[in-house]
Design a protein around this ligand. Structure first.
Ligand SMILES: C[S@@+](CC[C@H](N)C(=O)[O-])C[C@H]1O[C@@H](n2cnc3c(N)ncnc32)[C@H](O)[C@@H]1O
Length: 392
């Protein structure tokens, strides 16, 4: 296998040479490494460091069942306060490259890593005998992480951290409603409730939480990021179902006046909160709580390791947007592109729209989900009027 080198977290790593420069690797390649997931790995390092600080843990026990060529494992060894990292991959070609990467580490960091070449279920089964409890489990498979949630939950300590990557955005965004229902258990009758990627993130979290509920667990997100072709969410495991049930409900869009609103799980005979119509299209049951924990975000802004990452400026920009969107606890955001399409008008500059919304006395924040996406307590009609008026 041809190898080439990349730099992440200020170190060089071996990776399989891409077939075409800049191409996204495929499942069938000898060993899988996706350079476009650097941001996923960067955020994983940052969130783990913050998790350790918040929970006053000096070192972490980490489980990585889908380790690929070991870049992420090396980064957890070098950049995170870790004592043990259990690396696994079913693909022996990936393991060969991982060995090369591990051999470049200092003896102290290399000694933290145990290597397994097993299928996910067999790996967790064999690990469970000697190392039953982890602080963190990293689920980074192809497509949907749902098949791996149940076993992962049993593996992390109470208030332990779990991270899941999903790349099946077509299912998650409701493009294929049958797939969304089959994989994530969410009934969708309206796909255009706000921004599609925020909806996809909530669908992913809901699917994970539903499996937690069957084990009498609440898994609650502390940080969630969408970028290019993936969603990555970090969640904490807690005992009991109340926290999840209390933040689950339905999103509705009124077919008469386009008002968007949400209701709790137990609400009955729902009518539009603006025009009293019963002509609603809805999605749910869905996680309606915050996507990010305030404390994690405040640590993230100040995390000194951020400046050690290449591309720190881009990461900071994303963190700033995520901070913005978290200021308003509303479980959807408007996509101005959709609104402009509805009323057949061109889109004025986003800064102009934000200013006009604030001038009307509402709150309004940009989000990281899309450049045309706004989180605001203004109404659909307010936004239509602002877009229609355009720049005088
Ligand atoms: C998306 S890649 C992981 C990339 C890696 N985490 C990184 O950051 O570079 C998925 C990896 O999981 C492995 N894999 C897929 N299904 C698996 C299974 N059922 N059990 C164990 N490994 C599996 C694949 O061989 C592949 O290397």
């Amino acid at each position: 296998m041809d190898l080439t080198k990349i730099i992440e977290g200020r170190r060089e790593y071996f990776i399989p040479s891409p077939i075409v420069d800049g191409s996204i690797p495929r499942k069938v390649d000898d060993a899988f490494f996706n350079p476009h997931q650097k941001l996923n790995r960067d955020f994983s390092v940052l969130i783990l460091r913050i998790y350790a600080k918040i929970n006053k843990k000096l070192t972490l026990r980490i489980c990585e069942p889908f380790g690929g060529v070991g870049v992420r494992t090396c980064r957890y060894a070098v950049e995170v306060p870790s004592e043990a990292i259990h690396y696994n991959d079913v693909n022996s070609d990936a393991i060969k490259v991982a060995h090369q990467n591990f051999s470049t580490l200092s003896k102290q960091d290399r000694n933290k890593i145990s290597i397994y070449n097993k299928e996910f279920t067999d790996f967790l089964h064999s690990l469970y005998i000697d190392h039953p409890i982890m602080d963190f489990i990293d689920i980074d498979p192809y497509g949907s992480p749902i098949p791996f949630v149940s076993r992962s939950l049993k593996f992390v300590t109470l208030r332990g951290l779990l991270a899941f990557t999903a790349t099946d955005l077509a299912s998650l965004s409701g493009l294929y409603p049958r797939a969304l229902y089959s994989k994530y258990g969410i009934g969708i009758f309206e796909t255009r409730i706000g921004n599609v990627h925020e909806l996809a993130a909530r669908n992913l979290i809901t699917g994970i939480q539903k499996i937690g509920l069957t084990q009498n667990q609440s898994v609650l997100p502390v940080f969630t990021v969408y970028y290019r072709h993936f969603i990555r969410t970090f969640l904490i495991r807690e005992r009991g179902v109340d926290k999840v049930l209390d933040s689950t409900g339905f999103l509705h869009k009124c077919q008469k006046c386009n008002c968007i609103f949400h209701t709790s799980l137990k609400s009955k005979n729902v009518r539009c909160i603006s025009c009293d119509s019963v002509q609603l299209r809805s999605i749910g049951p869905l996680y309606l709580g915050k996507l990010h924990d305030e404390m994690y975000l405040s640590y993230l802004k100040e995390e000194p390791h951020l400046m050690d990452l290449n591309g720190a400026k881009k990461i900071k920009k994303l963190i700033n947007l995520i901070n913005e969107e978290n200021k308003l606890d509303i479980p959807w955001s408007f996509d101005v592109q959709n609104i402009a399409k509805d009323i057949n008008e061109p889109i004025p500059p986003m800064n102009f729209i934000v200013k006009r919304i604030i001038d009307r006395g509402h709150k309004c924040y940009k989000t990281h989900f899309s450049g045309s996406c706004l989180k605001t307590n203004a109404s659909y009609n307010d936004l239509c009027e602002i877009v229609k008026a355009g720049i005088e």
